[in-house]
Each structure stands twice: as C-alpha cells, then as structure tokens.
Design a binder for this molecule. Structure first.
Ligand SMILES: *Cc1c(COP(=O)(O)O)cnc(C)c1O
Length: 424
C-alpha cells in the first residue's frame, strides 16, 4: 500500500524540487513518505491507495467547513458556468468586500490578492508608504509568508546584523527587519526608543499559530497598540490563520479588543481557493494605486471563482456555527487528551494539547508562549506520535510546529470514528 505512495514520491522528486510545491508537505524528518491525496469529503481525505484518514490539516486551515461542503460546491458550480476570470470589475468581489467591511468593526476598505504572502507584502508596502520609514519589527515564531523581508532569523536585525533564514535574500533587505521575542515588552520599548524614527510597522500574528500555538497575553497586544501609536509606527495584525476562526467571525483582533491599522487575511477567507486580503483604515487603504502612490496589482486578484468560494464559506459562519465548532473541537481535544494519557502504557503521556477555538497543538509542556519556551526535542517527540496516528488513519499536518485544524465536518459521528481509530 505504502509502495504506491513511495513510487509517486520518487517520480515527484524527478520533476518537482523535493517532490513538493510547498516544503512542509514533504514529510521531512519523518519516517513515511507523503501521502498522495486523491480526494476529500467532509472531515476525511483518501489517498491514492484508497486508505482514508480523518483530516486535521484541512489544507492548513482554509477548509473551515470541511472538504466539498455542499453549499460551497453548489455556488462554485454555478460560478463556473459564468466564467472563471475577467480581469475586469465584477460584482462578486464587491459582494464579499461589502460583507466583510460591514461586519469587521475596524476595517473601512479591503483589497483582495491571491495569498497570505501577497497580503503581507502589500501591508508592509502601505506601512512604508504611509510613514516614509523603512524598517519593520516582527516577532520570533510568527510566520508572515515567504516574502524576503519576513524570512529573517531571530536575534538579528538590530544595527545591521540581520541574518536571513533563507538563502537568496539580500543583506539590505535583511537589515530592514528587526526580530524580537514574543511577549518582550522591554525589548519592544527599547527598540522603539532607539529606532522608532526608522520603523514603519510592527507586524504580529495576534494569535501566533505557525510555530505551535503560542497564545499571547492580551496585555501584550494592547501594549503593542499603545507603543506603536506613540512612535508613529503602524500596527499590522496578520490574521491569515486567526481571521474567521478565532473569537468568531471577527477574528483575534476583535476577540482581544485590539484594533490594528492594517490586517491581513488568507486561508479561511477563500474557503480553500487562493485568496488573500489586506484591509484596514481608510487613510491607509486609500494610499493604494490607482488613487494613492503605493503600487499594487494582480492579474488574477479577486478571481471570481475564488470570491464566490470565499463568500459561500463565510456566509455559513454564524455565531451559532462558531459555538458548535468550538464545542466539537473541545470534544476532540478531550478524546485526544485521554488517549495521550492512557495509550500503550502512557507512551505519549508527556504530551498535552493546547486549544484555542478550532485550533489545537500537541506539545509536551504547558504555557508555552514564545519560541525559547518550546521543548527542544519537539521534533523527535513528534515522529512516533505522527506515525502512530497516520497508521490509525488520523492525519495531522506533518510537522511538530504545525497546529491541528478542526472544521464543521468534525462532528459527533467523526468523534465516534476518531475514538474507534485511536483505541484500535
Ligand atoms: C499561511 C500564513 C501566511 C502565508 O499565506 P500563504 O497563503 O501561504 O502565502 C502568512 N501569515 C500567516 C499568519 C499564515 O498563517
């Protein structure tokens, strides 16, 4: 059975660097080779050998309704009948723009792009355009996509000592990013006092969920809002994961009551189609071309199919739906927790789970809120857990630092099936 996967992965390696189009898909450091997924339905995916898995990766977050939600499918099918790209004004992005601006209290305008990465790239450009300053503060452990200036290592960036975390990034670009530790108010204060006159923006995932689930104290987010105002620095919340997932429709910013100048969205906003967005206050958004001096464009931006997919997905996300999703996740996390404590004489009993709404993370320590606090053996510990679950037909994202995602499809029936699979 695994043979088929291995063979396909060998072929993929011939034509595609590392056999994948995004590195975390490669199962690097794990025993298995990547499963080649043929199809998905509800909470399940099926690989090309016909084995099915309860999917807790959900395309790394976008599929909040599960695979092939019937309503989304119906809307997408009728959208296909109308054509899938115009490169012109169309009513579909207008509908989604209005829907979002009317519901998210701190945004006046929104522009759609094709990915979270593009959204961050645009937000940073607006911040530089608005302030006339160049440097950006980011936090160790927050991921903001694969733009050059965000691929910078921790403990770098101050006074021209920045080091990129990827090859191919120029020293000049690297030197424009300053990386600080999450939760380090003193570090932020010191940095702004010294360099505030050069800093255009502070960018943060208000709920960091790309290097584990590093839940921040609300006070830290409030603190960032206050100090950025004081130093004429824009605050950018990267809500590509937390948007439309945490604290209901309004995302982590509203949940924490901390309103940024700009926000970036991705993942859930397209319901599994390629969409990203940057949104925020009118005064900043109106800096964008064609009315402002900050250039930004996209051949396929606000692609009508993707807009319809996003709209159909978001329309189903009522407060009641969010409550249900949170409860379903809680039951699933409880079941996983019980299994971790008891399975195979406590083989995994060092683990526990962190949950925030429909996200969860397996980690062997409590109250982890920054990168230095993450257990150093996290990847070694993850290998047996991942392989055991995969064997049982339970699919986690193939990396210790990735969070698990639940969807509306992970209902009571799936919970029963999960129990069966876990204890088999
Ligand atoms: C996924 C993610 C990105 C990048 O989005 P892509 O669509 O993969 O380019 C940026 N920021 C955060 C917080 C993300 O989770």
């Amino acid at each position: 059975m695994t043979d088929k996967q291995t063979k396909l992965f060998e072929q993929a390696n011939e034509f595609i660097p590392g056999g994948v189009h995004s590195p975390v898909r490669s199962f690097k450091g794990l025993k298995s080779t990547p499963r080649f997924i043929e199809k998905g339905k509800g909470a399940y995916i099926t690989d090309v050998s016909g084995k099915d898995y309860i999917d807790f990766c959900m395309s790394f977050g976008p599929l909040i309704l599960g695979h092939q939600d019937e309503d989304v499918k119906e809307e997408l099918t009728s959208a296909l009948d109308r054509g899938w790209s115009f490169g012109a004004s169309e009513p579909y992005s207008l509908e989604l723009s209005r829907y979002l601006v009317e519901r998210i209290c701190f945004i006046d305008k929104i522009r759609f792009v094709n990915s979270g990465t593009e959204a961050v790239m645009t937000a940073l450009r607006i911040a530089r355009g608005a302030t006339g300053k160049d440097k950006i503060i980011k936090f160790n452990g927050c991921y903001h996509g694969h733009i050059d200036s965000m691929l910078i290592k921790a403990g770098s960036g101050l006074a021209g000592t920045a080091e990129a975390s990827s090859a191919g990034i120029s020293k000049n670009v690297a030197n424009e990013t300053i990386v600080l530790e999450l939760g380090d108010e003193a570090g932020v204060t010191e940095c702004l006092e010294k360099h505030g006159h050069e800093i255009a923006a502070i960018i943060i995932e208000p709920l960091p969920a790309n290097n584990g689930l590093l839940i921040q104290h609300k006070e830290f987010l409030t603190f960032l809002r206050e100090v950025t105002k004081k130093h004429n620095v824009l605050l950018i919340h990267d809500e590509v994961i937390s948007g439309f997932r945490i604290g209901g429709f309004q995302g982590m910013s509203c949940h924490a009551g901390v309103f940024p100048d700009l926000v970036t969205y991705g993942k859930v906003i397209g319901g599994g189609l390629p969409v990203g967005a940057v949104a925020g206050k009118r005064e900043y958004m109106d800096l964008l071309a064609p009315i402002g001096p900050v250039y930004q464009a996209g051949t396929l931006s606000a692609n009508p199919l993707a807009m319809v997919g996003g709209m159909a997905t978001l329309k189903k996300m009522t407060p009641a739906a969010y409550d249900k999703l949170r409860e379903q996740t809680k039951s699933i996390v409880e079941e996983f927790g019980k299994w971790l404590r008891e399975y195979n004489n406590g083989e995994f009993s060092h683990y526990h789970l962190v949950q925030k709404d429909s996200l969860f993370w397996f980690v062997s320590k409590e109250n982890v809120r920054s990168i230095p606090e993450i257990p150093s053996k996290i990847s070694e510990q993850f290998l047996p857990l991942f392989e055991t679950l995969l064997e049982k037909g339970i699919y986690l994202a193939p990396n210790a630092y990735e969070v698990g995602f639940c969807s509306f499809s992970h209902d009571e029936k799936v919970l029963e099936d999960l129990k069966k699979r876990l204890w088999s």
